[in-house]
Write a protein that binds this ligand. Structure first.
Ligand SMILES: Cc1cc2nc3c(=O)[nH]c(=O)nc-3n(C[C@H](O)[C@H](O)[C@H](O)COP(=O)(O)OP(=O)(O)OC[C@H]3O[C@@H](n4cnc5c(N)ncnc54)[C@H](O)[C@@H]3O)c2cc1C
Length: 403
């Protein structure tokens, strides 16, 4: 079968329009957005609502999943995600930011009609946000079989107890519900013990214990939190899919989510390269532009080449998922998830170096981008776990509990 990694004719005009919108509408507002956050860290700057309305008016809102549940082909959406990675605020402008986009996908695929009406539609409006909670502070969470949070059935309710950490988006004032991975049957087969429970953040017993910065960055107004669930009672109907389907749901979500995140990282690496080349040509030292000093041309050439390599790997993963389904795309996705964040990190690091002291200041987005890409080598599974899957596949021993 021919591997077609190009954007389709249908989506090419949307991609062009999206790129232009990001360049002409979103990027010019980045500074004002950051300035508004300096005044009030945990409110959503009104500028975001304005940008979202403009995206709606242009037919660019909810690009990831439309109201009728339709989605783009994986390869097409990968190109759109790359553009959104070019600006740190773009994904939210188009209502395509994680973890909401992943949760939209879960609700669209595994939710029942009532769950879709009560939770998916509000997410699609852009007025509410959500979280996805797997990681636990007291266990090594790269091994999903370790999770200990438990939901016990009592009559027509589930009673949830446990603690989750690094819940992305938990500081957002619009944060309304969390999809929580929890043990619902400790006696079932290892890959059938966990389920996904939808927990409203207003439920009694849900407590944000603390917010977690990344290298000192609070990622306001979204943030990351450690959350305790103490005797939280939710209706039995809040279970997503079937009891015991947790790993399958998480794997499904992570498959597409990792591709989108990696394509956004390619977009971020493109931004870093563009800042680096501009700096190299406009800043002078020792009578020459930086671009003519030392090994700087090699640095720029290598960065361009590595970005192209990473993009191809990510597009191949998207194509495998599209053509052959998740099961057969897992190792392609794992290879991409190891390589792309490391490439983005290397390019951002070189761009920081080319900027001198300015590179580590807040005068460019580079320092923040470096911090978030360093964290990306851990979130959605550390590099080593994905390497293990790649190697085990070579040995013919892939694991069913890899999420
Ligand atoms: C910014 C950020 C956002 C996040 N967002 C979310 C979120 O929204 N929801 C959520 O549930 N979680 C989230 N996480 C958590 C993230 O997914 C976990 O941190 C990650 O899965 C690793 O789990 P752990 O921290 O318990 O590390 P551990 O499991 O304790 O692993 C520690 C280290 O052990 C080593 N290791 C582990 N397994 C292997 C192996 N098989 N081979 C070799 N070495 C190995 C690796 O070096 C690894 O980094 C986020 C994390 C960060 C940093």
């Amino acid at each position: 079968m021919t591997m077609n990694l190009g954007v389709s004719d249908n989506v090419a005009p949307i991609l062009k329009k999206l790129k232009l919108f990001i360049q002409e509408v979103v990027i010019p507002k980045e500074e004002a957005y950051a300035a508004a956050l300096e005044v009030d860290r945990w409110s959503v700057p009104p500028i975001m609502k304005d940008l979202q309305q403009r995206a709606r008016d242009e037919g660019l809102f909810n690009l990831f999943i439309a109201r009728n549940g339709q989605t783009y082909e994986q390869v097409d959406y990968a190109y759109l995600a790359e553009q959104m990675g070019y600006s740190e605020i773009a994904a939210e402008v188009f209502n395509c930011a994680m973890p909401d986009s992943g949760n939209m996908e879960i609700l669209a695929r595994f939710g029942n009609d009532e769950q879709r009406a009560s939770y998916l539609l509000p997410l699609l409006s852009g007025d509410v946000t959500s979280g996805f909670a797997m990681t636990e502070p007291s266990v090594a969470s790269s091994d999903a079989t370790n999770f200990m949070s438990q939901a016990k059935r009592q009559g027509d309710q589930w009673i949830l107890n446990g603690e989750k950490t690094w819940v992305s988006g938990a500081g957002d004032p619009r944060f309304e519900f969390i999809l929580v991975m929890c043990v619902t049957d400790g006696k079932a087969a290892l890959d059938r013990q966990q389920s996904v429970l939808l927990v409203p953040t207003s439920a009694e017993g849900v407590t944000i214990k603390r917010m977690l910065p990344v290298f000192g960055y609070d990622n306001a107004p979204h943030g990351y939190a450690q959350i305790q669930f103490e005797n939280v009672a939710v209706p039995a109907d809040n279970l997503i899919g079937e009891p015991g389907q947790g790993f399958e749901i998480a794997q499904d979500r992570m498959g597409t989510g990792r591709i989108h995140q990696c394509m956004r990282s390619i977009g971020a690496a493109e931004r870093a390269l563009s800042l680096m080349t501009h700096r190299a040509r406009t800043r002078h030292a020792f009578g020459k532009p930086l671009s003519e000093l030392g090994g700087n041309v090699d640095i720029i050439a290598n960065s361009r080449t590595e970005i192209e390599m990473g993009r191809l790997l990510a597009l191949r993963a998207a194509w495998s998922l599209q053509q052959h389904g998740l099961e057969n795309a897992l190792t392609d996705i794992a290879q991409m998830k190891v390589i792309v964040p490391n490439i983005a990190l290397a390019v951002i690091d070189r761009a920081i170096q080319m900027h001198g002291g300015t590179g580590v200041s807040s005068d460019t987005p580079l320092a923040r981008m470096w911090a978030s890409h360093r964290a990306l080598r851990l979130s959605d599974g550390p590099d080593e776990v994905h390497r293990e899957l790649i190697a085990r596949t070579e040995f013919g021993q892939a694991s069913v509990t890899y999420v």
